[in-house]
Design a protein around this ligand. Structure first.
Ligand code: AKG
Ligand code: FE2
Length: 261
């Protein structure tokens, strides 16, 4: 296999590897690359849902998505853009931060990709944290953020009162690398514990602007056959819906993570 960096802030492209053929040792090497680059792209794959599941299981247990899945595959959902207007994914987020133990990684496999547009954008939250001042670091280090799936529940026509909510440190320590990363996002973070909504909003608005500075970002332009995995422990992502009705069909799954600390 050949590895090349995708962009300065994050990402690596792993070429000449058929992910259906990897053994435990290769999976370990890939996990090292994953921890280093936070996004891995495997172009030109030819995967059934079972192949995608088998590859993902090298990283742990898959989790079912609470809002509907591919028939026969409770852990895979289909992302389609046709007729879809902007939704909650059109905010920067890390997946399921409203869960007590959010997925450590999300893995997307593109069956169809638009000729232009429809990219996925990522922002490196280790860099975002590192570039805060000592004073701001000390403040955010002390904060617990409340996250909620209420908006997502509304989008999927479910009762928002039943939606999951969770509290996590505003800065989390990566359980494999020990790196500290900012862990708040516009899609799901509501406020800080012991702060009012108004007070929280002032600081959150600053952090939301800071954490997606262009210097921390990279974007993936999809081709059919691309398999992409990203680390929710230290990245935000954003699905850019600028491709209208040009078909974009993706199979998505997630691997269970630990409670952020
Ligand atoms: O469609 C995409 O590019 C990503 C959507 C998203 O936010 C996700 O799959 O978690
Ligand atoms: Fe997402």
């Amino acid at each position: 296999m050949r590895v090349r960096q995708m962009a300065a802030p994050l990402g690596a492209v792993v070429e000449d590897l058929d992910v259906r053929t990897i053994d435990a040792e290769t999976a370990k090497a890939l996990n090292q690359l994953f921890c280093q680059h936070h996004v891995l792209v495997f172009p030109q794959q030819d995967l059934t849902p079972d192949d995608q599941i088998a590859f993902a299981e090298h990283w742990g247990e898959l989790i079912p998505f609470p809002y509907g899945s591919l028939p026969g595959y409770p852990n895979i959902i289909e992302l389609r853009n046709r007729g879809k207007s902007r939704d909650v994914n059109q905010h920067w987020h890390s997946d399921m931060t409203y869960d007590p133990a959010p997925p450590k990684l999300t893995m997307l496999y593109a069956l169809e990709a638009p000729a232009i547009g429809g990219e996925t954008a990522f922002a490196n939250q280790v860099l975002a944290y590192q570039e805060l001042s000592i004073g701001m670091k000390a403040l955010v280090d002390s904060l617990i953020a409340k996250h909620s799936a209420k908006d997502l529940a509304r989008l999927y026509g479910q009762d928002p009162e039943q939606a999951s909510e969770a509290e996590h440190p505003a800065v989390r320590t990566h359980d494999e690398t020990g790196e500290r990363a900012l862990y708040v996002c516009r899609a799901f973070t509501r406020q800080f514990r012991d702060w009012s909504r108004q007070e929280s909003k002032v600081l959150l608005d600053y952090l939301y602007e800071h954490c997606v500075r262009p210097e921390y970002q990279a974007r993936h332009q999809w081709q059919a056959g691309d398999l992409v995995m990203w680390d929710n422990r230290c990245l935000l992502h954003y699905a850019v819906h600028d491709h209208g009705d040009n078909p974009r069909l993706i199979h998505r799954l997630q691997v269970r993570g630990v409670a952020p600390v």
